[in-house]
Structures are given as C-alpha cells and as structure tokens.
Design a protein around this ligand. Structure first.
Ligand code: AMP
Ligand code: MG
Length: 504
C-alpha cells in the first residue's frame, strides 16, 4: 500500500513566502521594487540539495518552476523584487552610493532553519547598477556557489547558495563570457554600508534609526534590554566579526575585497569575489589581483575588519545623543571587545588545530612558531595542518608524514620536540588526538585551480565536475577515499599563473 508522505506536497510546493520582508517593510527609502530581466535558454549548472533540504524546499528545487523563479524569469507571488540601496568605503575610500547593482531580493521565506532571505545575483539592471550590466558571469557564479557551501561545511558563518543557473546570453568582461544567476540565502544581506548610507549619503536619521531597530529586533534581540541598545549592537557586531576573522585566519581563507559594503551586519562571509584559500603559506598573500597595495592581504584581514567596524560606528554616530566627543569615546569602548574576542577565538581555534585538549601557557607561541616555519618554507597550509594530525608520540616515530613538508628539517625537529613535550604534558593519545584534529583541519578546501577545473568543464556544458566538487566540499573533514587525489594535493604548476580579480 502506498502511504502518502504528508510533507511531500509541501516540499514540492516551493517557498512559503513571508508577507513582510524586513527591508521592504522599512519603506521606499531602502530600495527600489522592480522586475528581474529574464535570460534566454536557462539551465541548471549546480544545485545544493543539502541547502534545499535544510530550508524545507526538498524536491521543489529540481522543478521547472524553481528554475524559472531562481533564474529571474518568473516572478514571486508579490510580483516584484527589491534592489536595496547602500553605500560604503571601498579600498579605504568613501565610495558614496552603491547598492544592489545586480542582486535582487526575491523575498523572505519561512524555513525550518528560520526566516531566510532569497536573493538572485546577476538578475539584471537596477537603479544601482552604475556602469555595470546587472549580470554575473558563469565563472564567478560557480565560485560563489561552491565557496558558500564549502564555507558552511567548514563551520564558518556565511551566506549560502541554493543554485547556479546558466544562460548562453553573452556578458562582456575582459573577454566575452556567458551569464549566470546565483540564488543565495541568508537571514539578512544587510551590510555595514546600509548604515553608512543613511548616515552619510541620505542623511536620514529617521531611516537610520528604523534600520537599527529592525536589525536589533530581528537579529540581536538581547541588545534591546541593554542600557544602550545601539552600543550593545555595536559590541555584538564587533564580537561576531572578530569570531568570523578568527575562522578565516584559522582555515587560511582570504576574502579579497573587504570593503564596508561587503561586510555583513550578521558577521557572515558575504560577496564571494576574488577570494582564495592559501596554498603555500604566506601571511602577506594577496588573493585579489586588483588589490595591488595589498590592503586586503591575508594577515591584514582582522585589522581591516576592525577598521570597517569604525566605519560602521561612524555610520551610527548620528543616532548618539549629546556631546559628540563623548559619543565617539563610547563607541570606541563598545568596539573594544573586538580585540579580546579575536584573540581568544584565535587561541581556541589554534589549540584545536594543534589537537590540544587543555589550555596551557605557551600554546600561542607553539602555534605561532609552527606558522613561522610554514611561512619560511612556504608549506601548503591545508596539507600541513591535516598532516600534523598524523604526528605520533611513539618512540622512534619519524613523523615523515608531516616533517617531509618542511625544507628546514632541523627547524621542524626542534618545534616537534616542543610539541611532543606539550602533548605529553596533557597525556595526549595519538588516535584520539588525530580524530579531534581531523574535525578541525579540513582535507579539502576550494583551491582556485579546483574551481577553475569545474568552470572550464561547465563552459563546455559539463556540470558534473561542479557537482562532484560540491559533494566533497560539503564534507571537507571526511577522507573521501574515492575523490580524485588532486582535490587534496598541491596545486599543479599551471595554478600558479591563475589570477583572480574584481571582475565578476
Ligand atoms: P562588489 O565589489 O562585487 O561587491 O561590487 C561592488 C558594487 O558594484 C556593488 O554595489 C555591486 O552591486 C556593483 N556591481 C558589481 N558588478 C556589477 C555589475 N556587473 N552590474 C551592476 N552592478 C555591479
Ligand atoms: Mg559587494
């Protein structure tokens, strides 16, 4: 007998739209309602069934109605989409008004994971497109899709990606490429730049206050009870941002364009452009070819985040009553927890990466000295950390699995002796430690050349590599014995010539 699945209908029915999405409810000062620009001959490039399941969208994601909606070729029930307006600092300079130049909010949906905003990136021109064409290319869309899902699987707060849809429509960048649309989700895509916009560009303190209130009520309800909710919000955002920076630094993720319009008020990784994971460890690695000064070099990310928080604070300043000097000081004090939060988050992550079960003096030096050796020898960041879990305390163990990655063997041996004593001091057990370390040091990250291989295949109409890579990246701590060896290996020689720029 066939028993009908009571949830099947709901899953196939698609998103359950919320009647009053946050930014829409705030009113016309926050953006423009418009229709997306349809694309011809749209087709699936990639879908995250894992995300669809989490959102309760189930089998709907495979349907033609999903394809049309997520391509921007069909309208959601309310009949139009929202492009929101924001401003921001780019590469340290005030850039004035920006806004969703090619991202359109489809709406908010009720999901088992809470209310989620659904956004289409690349769905056509908006009033904020400036010189752009409102489109995204297949290349950068596949990168955003894969990396969003990879970061989530690494345990790092991020916007998610439900799908990439391709079209033969041509888009001009340095060369002519084809268009794509990424459907991405997050509880909110509000950026530091939204606040800066109402403070500096619109100079509308009523709207600014409304935005702050909505963000507190929806995402930081604890701040409402604080003596000064605005300062409490600034502290909470500083702490979330600090933890995000520790996540990035620990895994070797370089964002590439940490402009204030690319900083999430929820402390999410947002706007994947010229990002990169470190291969050979170089603290001053610059992943964005456009960033010639290295403003957003890997090691600078935490201090840039702190700078960006100051820009956010400046955007909140019009809401501070009374003497301005006192207000500025109060805001500086409110952001101060960024530093201890980052330091302690970093310590927790580095101890875990080293497999230490207890906290002892000198742990930070032990981690720093290993990183120094890795930097000196340009050791591969992901491989070295993963290999360290194979370190054995047994007498006579040669530990070649990790030692051989270092050129300076004597330097490594001296460090390994300290590591060995440190492990002995907490009676560490090889097998237990290895299992713990393998849950925090990923075997697989989205190296540029892996994305490039998937992109090249996709350009030729073969999307299987995108899906295969996605499946491995969705479980980056597992061994995946059947995955291609190249996924976890050193980058090939051709990868050294890959350049990733802001062009997307
Ligand atoms: P990004 O550096 O990609 O975060 O983009 C900075 C700003 O430029 C944002 O306001 C984007 O919406 C806008 N933008 C980037 N590329 C395009 C494009 N092709 N068409 C329209 N706007 C764009
Ligand atoms: Mg952006």
């Amino acid at each position: 007998m066939n028993v009908p699945d009571p949830l099947a209908h709901q899953a196939a029915a698609g998103p359950r739209w919320r009647p009053a999405p946050l930014l829409r409810a705030l009113g016309p000062a926050f953006g423009t309602l418009l229709a997306p620009s349809p694309l011809p001959a749209v087709h699936w490039v990639g879908r995250s069934d894992a995300l669809a399941a989490e959102l309760g969208l189930g089998s709907w994601l495979a349907s033609d109605s999903a394809l049309q909606l997520l391509a921007g070729n069909a309208l959601p029930p309310q009949g139009d989409l929202l492009a929101s307006v924001y401003s921001g600092h780019q590469f340290g300079q005030w850039a004035g008004q920006l806004g969703d130049g090619r991202a359109l909010q489809l709406g908010e949906i009720d999901t088992p994971a809470g209310a989620m905003e659904l956004q289409l990136k690349g769905a056509g021109l908006t009033p904020y497109s400036r010189m752009g064409d409102g489109r995204a290319v297949l290349r950068s869309s596949i990168r955003e899709f894969l990396c969003s899902e990879a970061m989530h699987a690494l345990g790092i707060p991020t916007t998610r990606a439900l799908s990439v849809i391709g079209s033969p429509a041509l888009v001009r960048r340095e060369t002519v490429e084809t268009a794509a649309v990424v459907a991405r989700t997050a509880p909110s895509f509000i950026r530091f730049g939204h606040f800066e916009h109402f403070a500096h560009t619109a100079q509308d303190t009523v709207a600014l206050q409304a935005l702050v209130d909505a963000v507190i009520d929806s995402f930081y309800p604890d701040c409402r009870a604080a003596p000064d909710p605005l300062l409490a919000l600034l502290t909470a955002v500083s702490q979330r941002t600090a933890r995000l920076m520790a996540d990035w630094q620990a895994v070797g993720f370089c964002h590439g364009v940490m402009n204030t319009d690319n900083m999430s008020i929820l402390g999410l990784t947002i706007d994947y452009g010229p990002f990169g994971f470190l291969d050979a460890f170089d603290p001053m690695h610059i992943c964005n070819h456009t960033d010639q000064q290295g403003r957003y070099a890997f090691a600078r990310q935490p201090s840039v985040a702190f700078w960006n928080l100051h820009a956010l604070a400046h955007g909140l300043l019009p809401l501070m009553p009374g003497d301005q000097d006192a207000a500025v000081q109060a805001m500086k004090d409110a952001m101060e927890p960024f530093k201890p939060e980052f330091a302690s988050a970093m310590q927790v992550r580095m101890r875990a990466k080293l497999g230490l079960a207890t906290a002892q003096d000198g742990d930070a030096d032990l981690a720093d000295d290993l990183l120094r050796l890795m930097a000196q020898d340009r050791v591969d960041h992901t491989i070295a950390w993963r290999a360290l879990a194979r370190f054995s305390m047994e007498d006579g163990a040669d530990n070649a699995a990790v030692r051989d990655w270092f050129v300076d063997r004597a330097g490594f041996d001296a460090w390994a002796q300290r590591y060995h004593s440190r492990l002995q001091a907490e009676a560490s057990v090889d097998a237990e430690r290895r299992a713990r370390m393998d849950r925090v040091n990923p075997k697989f990250v989205l190296r540029n050349h892996l994305a490039e291989t998937a992109i090249t295949a996709a350009r030729g109409g073969d999307f299987s590599e995108t899906q295969r890579l996605l499946q491995v990246l969705q479980a980056p701590y597992d061994e995946h014995p059947d995955a291609p060896a190249a996924y976890a290996a050193l980058p090939p020689d051709w990868a050294h010539h890959l350049e990733v720029s802001c062009s997307s």
